[in-house]
Design a protein around this ligand. Structure first.
Ligand SMILES: NC(=O)c1ccc[n+]([C@@H]2O[C@H](COP(=O)([O-])OP(=O)(O)OC[C@H]3O[C@@H](n4cnc5c(N)ncnc54)[C@H](OP(=O)(O)O)[C@@H]3O)[C@@H](O)[C@H]2O)c1
Length: 314
């Protein structure tokens, strides 16, 4: 056998990746949305991060089901072809989650234009690959992945409650398990790594979900945190060093965006999740979150700190 006939290591990796992704190419039919939950005519879904990745795929699914999608994004030029393609089913509202002022403006616009919000999907997220500080003084992973969605949800909450039955879906990550809330250094000024910043923010999002579900008990609004799975998107494009290995693995082995999008849509509409508010849905099944999220005192402390830094009344 000459060298041309021998499979190179790269080809073997490609073959392995191909066989794995073949199994993962489609949403799991065992978790299909019941037919009676599929008609979203006259429903309004407010969703962040609909311009790329699994959020973009979720916009298509929601629109196919008849919903009106209010797409909150930071990049109008990227949203324009989506609005052009999907027509009046999609409305773009500028919302840069790295700026609390922008989040406030977006919430004001949504409240003035939309009398009901049947589901709020906090999907947008970043992995910036380095420490960046916003003009308002927040570490960017903290504000985009947690504090911005915290503020957005808080500002829209009364409208969501008035629209009950309604849902809040917070797109978290399996990385939350490595998270710890560093109350003495939330912006990670002293000891930063991208992994630490990302997992802290996703853990905080899970804690917020638990707090929401407790506060919303009996209101008809349910809240969920979701690990959407390992999905091939642009999320890790800016990663460096050891994390860039994650990007390579993502390119080779991750599932296509529609698989994550399907999980997002299911949580937003399927009656299968009615009784499990507050749960961390890990791909398709509920799983206990990081133990820190189950400590009521830590969650309450985080909520106090978050309200103070986002300027939300208690
Ligand atoms: N991919 C995975 O394997 C994976 C695994 C676990 C969890 N997640 C989570 O899944 C969610 C979706 O991520 P993805 O994988 O689909 O990534 P993606 O393709 O990079 O999409 C991220 C979306 O978030 C938006 N976004 C980023 N920063 C923003 C900001 N400052 N303001 C407003 N929008 C902003 C992006 O907008 P632009 O289009 O303007 O960039 C984009 O629409 C994230 O919360 C992520 O943490 C992903």
């Amino acid at each position: 056998m000459d060298s041309r006939q021998r499979m190179s290591r790269l080809d073997r990796l490609r073959a392995l990746a191909g066989s794995m992704s073949r199994q993962r190419r489609k949403p799991n039919p065992a978790h299909a949305i019941p037919a009676e939950d599929c008609d979203l005519t006259s429903k309004t879904i407010v969703l962040t991060g609909g311009t790329d990745g699994m959020g973009r795929a979720a916009v298509d699914i929601f629109c196919e089901m008849g919903a009106k999608v209010v797409l909150l994004g930071r990049n109008e030029a990227k949203a324009k072809p989506i609005v052009d393609e999907l027509g009046p089913s999609v409305e773009f509202v500028h919302c840069d989650l790295s700026s609390l002022a922008s989040v406030r403006r977006a919430a004001t616009q949504v409240l003035s234009d939309h009398p009901s919000i049947d589901a709020l999907v906090n999907n947008a997220g970043i992995n910036a690959g380095e420490r960046q500080v916003t003009e308002e003084g927040f570490e960017v992973h903290w504000v985009v992945n947690y504090l911005g969605p915290f503020l957005l949800t808080s500002l829209l909450l009364d409208r969501v409650i008035a629209s009950a039955p309604a849902r809040i879906v917070n797109v978290s990550s399996a990385m939350e398990v490595f998270g710890h809330v560093h109350f003495d250094d939330l912006q990670l000024e002293r000891d930063f790594s991208t992994g630490k910043a990302y997992s802290q923010a996703k853990l905080a999002l899970n804690m917020f979900t638990l707090d929401l579900s407790r506060r919303l008990e009996g209101s008809g609004v349910t809240a969920y945190a979701l690990n959407p799975g390992f999905i091939k998107t642009n999320l890790l494009r800016d990663t460096k060093g050891s994390l860039s290995f994650g990007n390579v693995m993502m390119r080779l082995f991750a599932s296509p965006p529609v698989v994550g999008a399907d999980r997002i849509v299911r949580l937003a509409v399927s009656s299968a999740y009615e009784g499990v508010s507050g749960q961390f849905i890990y791909e398709d099944e509920a799983r206990p979150p990081n133990k820190e999220a189950l400590d009521g005192e830590i969650v309450e402390r985080l909520m106090e700190v978050s309200r103070a830094s986002a300027g939300v009344e208690g």
